[in-house]
Design a protein around this ligand. Structure first.
Ligand SMILES: Nc1ncnc2c1ncn2[C@@H]1O[C@H](COP(=O)(O)OP(=O)(O)O)[C@@H](O)[C@H]1O
Ligand SMILES: [Mg+2]
Length: 346
């Protein structure tokens, strides 16, 4: 697959996966890997959890884009937290040329309406911000200076503001709905500006600009959710990018287990070998070791079958190691360079 957009359009990378598999970590690593020399990548989160600021160890993100990391190859990663209430105020202000009407809207209950009563509208507002960041040109203005539904004046010669946009998206269980902005609005808005905006976002998500990557662990449930997501999102007309197997175990562990798997357990010989390096053994200890080895072989067999299932989805597979030291800016860089080694190109 290609990692960058075509004809001057930045690529929108949507990162999903079962909760807790490493979406935020992988989204940050992908952004750093894509931020090659001189390139600017925008890393976006939508759920007000401040996951990105924790992973990159920077102050909480707000609704202003701020530089959060240097890219692997000298570019820059910018962070943005999209919040539906702020997006609504901005949207109405641009669209209806309202002044700073945020307080008034708050009093009128418009923000509660859009974010809780009509959740479809919430996703359109968030999608609208993402749309705008993908389409914005380096002159700093959005293509139209207004909303995506009125972008007739787009300057096709101006370079985009970002070379890529990476979205730390909702988990697989909710991402289909989140991305189906037009379906969600079906009854709520058949015409009008919100509808036009939803149609524009739908167009972007289903265009060659957008790819959806799915993060998984080599465990039964995450892999099952991954395969379901690849099938369902594909059926919705979205392009699936890579499957990222995160927190994979060390190869040296795997090769040791491979050797163990070829041998019948021989408790007497095991005891003898341990005694020969001055380790005093007991029968319970030898039993425990034999048991542990058998479990490791079982675990390896399960992982092999899960790897096969993941490969069967027919998408490129990227594998990231489990980093025992935990996740911070250095770990993100290490994972970014793993991604680069496996073909992610800025
Ligand atoms: N490759 C990795 N090695 C070690 N720990 C990881 C790795 N990837 C993620 N983690 C840890 O796993 C947890 C979940 O990761 P996170 O990126 O927050 O997942 P999600 O966004 O899917 O909920 C976090 O504690 C994170 O530090
Ligand atoms: Mg997260």
């Amino acid at each position: 697959m290609t990692w960058h957009g075509t004809d001057g359009t930045p690529r929108l990378h949507i990162v999903t996966g079962k909760g807790g598999t490493g979406k935020t970590t992988v989204a940050a690593a992908l952004a750093a890997a894509l931020a090659g020399e001189g390139r600017r990548v925008l890393l976006v989160e939508t759920e007000e959890r401040q996951g990105i600021s924790q992973v990159l160890d920077v102050p909480p993100l707000g609704t202003e884009e701020t530089e959060v990391a240097t890219g692997l190859d000298g570019g820059s990663v910018w962070g943005l937290s999209i919040e539906a209430g702020a997006a609504l105020v901005e949207y109405l202000r641009l669209f209806y040329r309202l002044g700073m009407a945020g307080d008034l809207l708050q009093k009128m209950g418009a923000i509660e309406f859009a974010t809780t009563i009509a959740p479809g509208v919430r996703d359109v507002l968030i999608g609208g911000k993402i749309y705008e960041s993908v389409r914005r040109t380096a002159s700093g203005r959005s293509p139209s200076g207004r909303s995506p539904s009125a972008r007739r004046t787009r300057d096709r010669d101006a370079p985009p503001a970002y070379d890529a946009v990476v979205l730390d998206a909702p988990p697989t269980g909710r991402v289909g709905r989140f991305l189906d902005v037009t379906g969600q609005l079906a009854d709520l808005a058949k015409v009008g500006p919100i509808r036009n905006q939803a149609d524009a976002i739908h167009g972007l998500l289903h265009s060659g600009t957008t790819v959806v990557h799915v993060v998984t662990l080599l465990e039964q449930l995450p892999v099952q959710e991954t395969l379901d997501a690849v099938r369902d999102l594909g059926a919705d007309g979205l392009r699936i990018g890579a499957i990222v197997v995160n927190q994979a175990r060390d190869d040296t562990v795997r090769s040791t287990v491979d050797v163990i798997a070829t041998q019948e357990p021989d408790p007497a010989r095991l005891a003898e070998q341990l005694e020969s390096v001055a380790i005093r053994t007991t029968p319970a200890m030898i039993d425990g070791l034999v048991q542990t080895a058998a479990e490791a072989v079982q675990r390896r067999d399960l992982e092999l079958s899960l790897e096969e299932a993941v490969a069967g989805a027919g998408r490129p597979v990227l594998t990231l190691p489990h980093l025992p030291e935990g996740i911070g800016p250095d770990a993100v860089w290490r994972l970014a360079s793993e991604l680069t080694d496996q073909g992610v190109q800025p």
